[in-house]
Ligand binder design. Structure first.
Ligand code: ZN
Length: 180
């Protein structure tokens, strides 16, 4: 719908399934905007679980809890404007991470958008670098448990360049420290 030419994360998941013989792939999206393209591309794909948190209401307007995919393979975690790191972590600890654990994915693909940062001008969430580091750690834990450590992360949104740089560094620092 304008920001992305290709659904990179969904393409990666499909490639892993169809060309590399995997049977369960998770796609995780913490960009502040709902991953509507990823959701559409994976809606009928029972071998994937797409879990995303995003501000609601916000462009593109999709991503409600009742959008669950054709096979229960989509989990949307909408966050109210003003949600901070504690609220973000609570939603992921309560819903997102347990669902991913239940899937036992053989690969985790991350749509790593950093526009949920408190300084970002396009949205009203209030995450900080430590929160992006936190979810990166949690996803590394899941990948170690189920996927022999396999994670692919692709950069998505981020419109305050200082916040984007610092958040990306926090994310990559964890990935490197955890041996990705
Ligand atoms: Zn975004």
């Amino acid at each position: 719908m304008g920001f992305c030419l290709f659904g990179n994360a969904a393409i990666a998941a499909k490639r892993a399934l169809d060309q590399h013989g995997l049977s369960r792939v998770a796609v995780v999206d913490f960009d502040v905007h709902h991953g509507n393209g990823t959701q559409d591309l994976l809606w009928d794909e029972a071998r994937t679980l797409f879990v995303g948190s995003h501000q609601m209401p916000l462009w593109p307007g999709t991503g409600d809890r009742d959008e669950t995919g054709a096979h229960g393979n989509v989990m949307n975690l909408p966050l109210s404007p003003g949600t901070n790191g504690a609220g973000f972590r609570r939603v992921w600890e309560t819903h997102g991470l347990p669902a991913l654990d239940s899937l036992a994915p053989e690969l985790i693909v991350i749509s790593a958008g950093f526009d949920a940062h408190e300084d970002d001008p396009l949205a009203q969430l209030a995450l900080q670098e430590v929160d992006f580091a936190w979810i990166t750690e949690a996803l590394c834990d899941l990948a170690d448990t189920h996927a022999d450590g396999r994670i692919v992360s692709t950069l998505e949104g981020g419109y305050d360049l200082n916040a984007l740089a610092a958040s990306t560094a926090a994310h990559v620092d964890v990935l490197m420290r955890r041996g990705r």
